[in-house]
Design a protein around this ligand. Structure first.
Ligand SMILES: [Zn+2]
Length: 101
């Protein structure tokens, strides 16, 4: 029977470190190599899924959930509307909304 289980804490810790590392690499290359940054995002998300690790909240709003593009000022647009922060992805026309106070 399928049961909820966690991967060992050691592996989860390692996975978290790899995710953070991948995102910092993506940040460094997003301007010049957006395709590479996109691959890092995909990899980081895959690691997160495999080891059941959440992507840290501060990193979660830096990429497009739909096409995995790493958002920079060149491929995203941020607007404030009715107490919501709306982030548009210019690559796939998808948008995400976040609440803000
Ligand atoms: Zn997108």
């Amino acid at each position: 029977m399928a049961r909820y289980y966690r991967k060992p804490a050691k592996q989860q810790k390692l996975a978290r470190e790899r995710i953070t590392e991948l995102f910092s690499q993506a940040t460094l290359r997003a301007q010049k190599q957006p395709e590479l940054a996109k691959r890092y995002v995909i990899l980081a998300r895959k690691i997160g899924m495999k080891y059941k690790v959440r992507i840290p909240p501060e990193l979660r709003r830096r990429f497009c959930r739909h096409c995995n593009a790493y958002w920079t000022s060149a491929n995203s647009r941020i607007r404030l509307r009715k107490g919501m922060l709306v982030m548009y992805c210019l690559e796939c026309r998808h948008f995400r909304r976040f609440r803000y106070k």
